[in-house]
Design a protein around this ligand. Structure first.
Ligand code: ATP
Ligand code: ZN
Ligand code: MG
Length: 307
């Protein structure tokens, strides 16, 4: 049940904008945020950190740009061509420059005046981890857990308040043996019940699949669902809104490890699993359920968020 003072779905986006918590940029799913929004988001991030504290994860941080060859080796364009974002820049001479600026001034398409750079926008916070760990050599005995937080981009423009093109993802990634990878994923699904309790959010675990592109993609999605490789913690954002994934629990089997030659201490191929928090979505879920005035939120909730 939503609290009586919860923000109605149809007005959530408008009320967040009106309160200045979200700042319109003119691009769907791309928002600025107020200090209050950022404080709650930081509280969600800190809460995620406490959830994972017992695992002794190694902290790594990467920028919002990913080496293009990493996305290519992960076959991102084969699976999700619709979501990717490449960085293009100008790389011409004076004549090219004049033509480019002329097209801009006339409002013409100038995309062919730009050249692909070596970077793409990071689509998932865990992507830079696999090559970085593979470069170290075999994994330690028992595997390891990595903690990342990063800005992610997905080209999925939408009017839905919680479907953003630019958002922050906190992730924990296990790299090691198959049994422990599965256990890690299952442990985090258990832990998520505590998050719902502490943050007083309605939600449930659901079987999910990635939005693989096209006809072939539908088969990949079916296989993922059959094997329950992707689970989500879905929380309604606004009373009428569809439950939205605020956390994901992913078993990759040896998918990334095979691509990156990630081996265990005994030389066999590793398995990996990751758990991801959508920090904007968790923050939006909190405003949706508890109202826009953080000072009026229950003391226990503010305590859990360190507010
Ligand atoms: P969805 O099914 O809603 O598209 P997803 O399956 O694509 O989500 P993941 O790829 O598992 O999500 O990403 C990890 C987490 O990042 C998600 O659980 C969600 O909280 C967040 N996330 C994913 N896509 C978006 C988005 N477009 N806007 C905001 N947060 C997102
Ligand atoms: Zn991941
Ligand atoms: Mg998605």
């Amino acid at each position: 049940m939503l609290r009586a003072d919860a923000v109605p779905a149809q007005t959530l986006r408008e009320r967040l904008l009106h309160a200045g918590l979200l700042i319109e940029t003119g691009v769907e799913g791309v928002y600025g945020h107020s200090a209050a929004f950022e404080t709650v988001l930081a509280g969600c991030n800190a809460y995620a950190g406490r959830m994972g504290a017992a695992d002794g994860a190694e902290v790594l941080r990467f920028p919002p740009l990913l080496n293009r060859t990493v996305a290519e080796r992960n076959r991102y364009a084969a699976a999700f061509p619709q979501l990717g974002g490449h960085v293009f820049s100008f790389d011409g001479d004076d004549d090219d420059h004049q033509r480019y600026v002329g097209k801009l001034l006339r409002g013409e398409d100038c995309s062919c005046e730009l050249t692909m750079t070596r970077s793409v926008l990071t689509p998932a916070a865990c992507y830079p981890v696999y090559p970085a760990l593979a470069a170290r050599g075999p994994l330690p005995a028992g595997g390891c857990v990595i903690d990342v937080l990063g800005e992610c981009f997905r080209h999925e423009p939408s009017a839905e308040t919680a479907r953003l093109q630019s958002f922050r993802m906190r992730e924990y990634i296990y790299l090691g043996d198959a049994g422990r990878a599965l256990a890690f994923r299952d442990l985090w699904m258990e832990r998520s019940a505590g998050l719902l309790r502490d943050l007083d959010l309605p939600g449930e675990l659901a079987v999910a699949h990635d939005p693989f592109f096209g006809r072939l993609g539908a088969r990949l999605a079916d296989a993922q669902v059959d094997r329950k490789l992707k689970m989500e913690l879905v929380i309604p954002i606004g009373p009428d809104a569809r439950p939205t994934a605020c956390m994901s629990f992913n078993c990759h089997l040896d998918h990334f490890a095979s691509i990156w030659d990630l081996t265990q201490a005994d030389g066999t191929v590793a398995h990996t699993a990751c758990v991801g928090f959508g920090l904007e979505r968790l923050t939006l879920a909190l405003f949706s359920r508890h109202g826009l005035a953080v000072a009026a939120w229950p003391a226990g909730l503010r305590g859990a968020l360190g507010l």
